[in-house]
Design a protein around this ligand. Structure first.
Ligand SMILES: NC(=O)C1=CN([C@@H]2O[C@H](COP(=O)(O)OP(=O)(O)OC[C@H]3O[C@@H](n4cnc5c(N)ncnc54)[C@H](OP(=O)(O)O)[C@@H]3O)[C@@H](O)[C@H]2O)[C@@H](O)CC1
Ligand SMILES: [K+]
Length: 489
């Protein structure tokens, strides 16, 4: 698992490190890493380092200082570097002196705006040192204008400017980086909301903060983590011991939701799948291995239920949800099950106390359940998880999964193609299968979201896809995470 630390935590670690290591040393290490990565990118994009042109966008603080020292490194490698100072009176003083001494060219904004425009638009590579951990709100107009002119690769120092480092929110113009070089560990802004996209490829550099950072605020599951968690049958297992999942979904109007959710459960694990509901014929036709029945009351024993996709919010749906919640096994509640729970507090009483419940809302469902998501998606999901004593998987470009005990994991989206009708039904089936296999609910939700994302990516391959194609790619995605786990073992 990869850790993610909030700005407050990074600052606290930084203070402890400063007691034994001078601030300037840390800055040099950070800047060196930015310089090295930039030189690599220059080689990749232009075939050389020496003789190339780089522009630095330098703001008022230490982020700009990092950029200037990276500029010094590049000057020593024979690069022609121009620094556009966006807050000339507040530029990092030592960085500026060193940059001048190394032969760097300086242009001041707004006085030399024209020269800055030329430098940025003709650069082979641009380094964004406008603002880092102290950044708040979008880029201000002079910086936004310059960023618009960038044509070459863009390297963000620490955080792409204009992205909120703690929430990933982007409220206006922001840097869209190809690469972000960050220090010590990832920040929430690299993995959440629009910040995940603006960050490009995130490169984490150890500058000596590591030991002081402590437990991360959020975690990211990588493919190897998912592969290690994914249930694999042992020699003693049969169809029952691997966990039986029940799906209570779909209606006469929406049989497709039942077919997709059930199919996902079939493909996720080799445990048995039962279906209960009005789409039994459609499910049986598509998935003959499923034991399908028309009524929840006839369904046999299962180790976890998936309830909600295409269920409807009428009396019949309500009855099904109440029955499932009373069973005393883990439940993944999606779509209409969430709407029902949001609309009727009495339904919560049907839940066997402390049986795990995973809720998988998108923003509108979340709003009905727990109020507006707002900019801080982690805080929103964490609050809802604590209040409802549920695992809350908040869908979005980056999926956030909060456990009632405060743990949060994030899945960075690979692309937007999987955001298609029926895709949520597939996700709920995957979660149900992992719950039935006994995977801890918080990890089950995170792992399912990761494999779902990967399946979408594999299926889309750069073109739009439907949920059926995503579903069909689930075995490939499982193979990929299993292979990643085997490779890292
Ligand atoms: N962590 C570590 O260990 C290490 C960290 N290091 C580096 O230090 C960086 C943090 O530096 P920092 O604290 O000096 O602040 P920084 O982010 O440069 O902002 C400066 C000023 O910009 C302003 N400003 C705010 N928003 C703005 C906006 N949207 N658009 C324009 N301007 C905006 C705001 O001032 P204002 O104008 O609002 O008065 C703010 O005070 C960190 O990201 C990393 O690169 C490394 O050197 C070594 C080790
Ligand atoms: K930056």
């Amino acid at each position: 698992m990869k850790g993610v630390w909030t700005v407050e935590r990074v600052r606290a670690a930084e203070r402890r490190v400063f007691e034994r290591t001078p601030e300037a040393t840390l800055m040099r290490r950070a800047a060196f890493a930015v310089g090295v990565r930039s030189a690599e990118l220059l080689t990749e994009h232009t075939g050389a380092v020496s003789g190339r042109r780089v522009a630095l966008l330098v703001g008022a603080g230490n982020n700009g200082g990092d950029a200037l020292w990276a500029g010094v490194f590049l000057l020593h490698r024979g690069v022609a570097v121009t620094a556009a100072l966006l807050a000339p009176e507040r530029t990092h003083a030592e960085g500026l002196v060193a940059f001048r001494r190394a032969g760097g060219r300086i242009v001041r904004v707004p006085e030399d705006t024209e020269a800055a425009h030329v430098a940025v638009s003709t650069a082979d590579l641009v380094i964004d040192g406008i603002v880092g951990l102290s950044g708040r709100g979008p880029l201000r107009p002079p910086a936004a204008e310059l960023v618009n002119l960038v044509t070459g690769p863009l390297v963000a120092v620490d955080v792409p400017s204009g992205v909120d480092p703690d929430t990933g929110a982007v409220a206006g113009p922001a840097v869209n980086a190809d690469v972000t070089v960050t220090f010590g560990g990832r920040k929430p802004g690299h993995v959440l909301a629009d910040g995940a996209v603006c960050s490009g490829a995130v490169h984490v550099v150890d500058i000596g903060l590591g030991d002081e950072l402590g437990e991360p605020d959020l975690v990211l599951l990588d493919a190897a983590d998912m592969g290690a968690l994914w249930p694999v049958p042992g020699p003693e297992d049969d169809k029952y011991t691997q966990g039986v999942v029940g799906v209570a979904a779909g209606s006469e109007t929406y049989p497709g939701a039942a077919v997709l959710a059930t199919g996902a459960a079939v493909l996720a694990t080799s445990g048995m799948v039962r279906y209960a509901g009005p789409a039994a014929d459609a499910v049986r036709t598509r998935w003959p291995e499923v034991i399908a029945t028309g009524s929840i009351n006839d369904a046999g024993r299962v180790q976890a239920w998936v309830v909600g996709p295409g269920l409807g919010t009428g009396a019949a749906g309500r009855e099904v949800l109440a029955t499932v919640l009373e069973k005393g096994v883990p439940v993944c509640a999606d779509a209409d099950a969430i709407n029902l729970l949001a609309a009727e507090t009495a339904l919560w009483d049907a839940r066997e106390p402390d049986t795990p419940l995973v809720l998988t809302p998108h923003d509108r469902e979340f709003a009905r359940l727990a109020g507006d998501v707002g900019d801080d998606r982690v805080a929103a999901a964490r609050r809802a998880a604590e209040r409802t004593n549920c695992v809350v998987l908040l869908k979005g470009h980056s999926t956030v999964v909060a456990a009632p005990d405060g743990r949060v994991l994030v899945n960075r989206a690979r692309g937007a193609w999987p955001a298609t009708a029926g895709s949520g039904d597939v996700l709920s089936g995957l979660i149900g299968a992992l719950l039935a296999s006994g995977v801890e609910p918080w990890l089950a939700a995170g792992c399912a979201a990761g494999v779902h994302e990967l399946a979408g990516d594999v299926a889309a391959d750069g073109a739009p896809i439907g949920a059926s194609a995503l579903l069909a790619a689930v075995p490939d995605a499982v193979r990929m995470v299993r292979a990643a786990a085997a490779a890292s073992a």
